[in-house]
Design a protein around this ligand. Structure first.
Ligand SMILES: *Cc1c(COP(=O)(O)O)cnc(C)c1O
Length: 429
């Protein structure tokens, strides 16, 4: 922030930043709850009018066309997943045929591992990290067991030096001859660290190792160049920064050099489109990322993504990233100035090229501070044991929302309002 501290702390300064925000117009497209400050768009993005419209269009198609909705109507379902894949491609820096909208993060990890993880001789190990999301680790262990391999011996989890971040150097040092595949997050879900995907992909490939990323916390917030970087495959969900709704269908990228590999988990939607209804018992799988679909697409859970992606195309991921960095930077500056005395620590890396879209705020009383925030109509989320994640969203959060969030957080600390709650997490935190 360039402004003087005194100016920075004023509400007028926040309002001025809002005036200057080139993405300001998108806020009106979202359903925001009056009086509520939503800082959790990195867990579940809000509904937009356009996403609602594209969902209603699919319902209309069903209503008006019945089975013929597969090929006719506003948004024919038969190639809907491919079309959405092509529309998602700019967000990950991919060619249209490298992306498909299908499955969920976890099922897509199963698919990429079932397809590309081929332990051979002494090259059998999967390299991940100890701060990875549980579902990713469960899927890796399950895949190892399907190969008859002991997860204790075949899954290597790179240790964190500080409990928050994973050093790329440590990952690279662990890329031994025995490693067949590397699986990492693009942005760590707790600390918000953004990994250097390009460098990691280069180093993995020098050693003949395949590398894939879970983009859950970067898709829609951070630009990617997966094709240029040579990343082998990636998966993501569309319900976080991409606002496609609870349980919204996920996405998958497979680098063009890996296309043509038969899907490990096959189904009739893996088919070449023109062959699918031949009903042959020998699969001729698609030569695009579409091959890694399994069954009938979940049309009603896919449809909102169409409206949402239109907005990302208009806003442009570069502008979204620029705004997001400015917002989180502003939030961190306010936190440092206003909350310095209350035992908080900022847990995310500070350099722009090493952080994603959320601020990781650590505090020993984090669980009950989150409850007090909710009582005050601020929606954060809590990640055990001590992290409050706050995500100002480029398309719908204002600088004034950020200013108010920090103001109320300070009030909670000054008045010790958090002491009215127990320091334990709720079932869904
Ligand atoms: C949100 C998230 C998931 C969730 O997986 P689903 O299969 O979509 O339920 C998995 N991994 C990471 C890193 C996440 O952030």
């Amino acid at each position: 922030m360039k402004a003087d501290t005194a100016v920075l702390l004023t509400k007028e300064y926040a309002q001025q930043l809002d005036q200057e925000n080139p993405l300001q117009g998108f806020r009106d497209e979202f359903y925001l709850q009056e009086g509520t400050l939503y800082m959790d768009g990195n867990s579940l993005g809000l509904l937009s009018k356009r996403a609602e419209k594209s969902l209603l269009n699919s319902l209309e198609d069903w209503k008006n066309h019945g089975i013929d909705g597969w090929m006719s109507g506003n948004q024919p379902w038969f190639e809907f997943s491919e079309k959405l894949g092509a529309l998602s491609a700019p967000l990950v820096g991919a060619k249209a045929g490298e992306v498909i909208v299908t499955g969920s993060i976890t099922t897509n990890i199963h698919q990429v591992l079932a397809t590309f993880y081929k332990p051979e001789g002494s090259k059998t190990k999967i390299l991940a990290d100890e701060l990875n999301f549980p579902s990713d680790i469960y899927a890796i262990k399950a895949q190892l067991k399907l190969h008859g391999l002991e997860p204790d011996q075949h899954l290597i989890q790179v240790k964190s030096r500080d409990g928050r971040t994973i050093s790329e150097d440590d990952v690279i040092a662990a890329m031994t001859e025995e490693v067949a595949l590397v699986w990492l997050p693009s942005v760590l879900y707790r600390s918000g660290q953004l990994m250097d995907m390009k460098r990691l992909a280069e180093e993995a490939h020098k050693r003949g190792i395949l590398i894939g990323f879970d983009l859950a916390h970067s898709i829609g917030a951070v630009p990617h160049s997966l094709n240029d970087w040579g990343v082998d495959f990636a998966v993501w969900c569309n319900y976080k920064y991409l606002n496609s709704g609870p349980g919204g269908v996920g996405g998958m990228f497979v680098h063009e050099r890996n296309l043509g590999t038969a899907p490990g988990l096959a189904g009739w939607f893996s088919s070449k489109k023109e062959k699918q209804f031949d009903m042959e018992h020998t699969l001729e799988h698609a030569e695009t990322a579409g091959a890694y679909q399994i069954g009938t697409p979940h049309v009603l859970s896919i449809a909102p993504l169409l409206g949402s992606l239109e907005m990302f195309e208009e806003a442009g991921i570069a502008r979204i990233r620029e705004t997001s960095l400015k917002m989180t930077d502003y939030m961190m500056a306010l936190i440092e100035h206003e909350l310095g005395d209350f035992g908080f620590q900022i847990g995310n890396p500070r350099e722009d090229e090493r952080r994603g879209g959320h601020v990781c705020l650590e505090h020993d009383e984090a669980a009950r501070i989150c409850k007090a925030l909710k009582e005050n109509k601020i929606i954060p989320d809590f990640r055990a044991p001590n992290v409050i994640r706050l995500a100002p969203i480029a398309l719908y959060t204002t600088y004034e929302d950020i200013w108010n969030t920090v103001r109320i957080l300070k009030q909670i600390m000054v008045k010790e309002e958090y002491k009215n709650f127990e320091n334990t997490r709720n079932v869904v935190a």
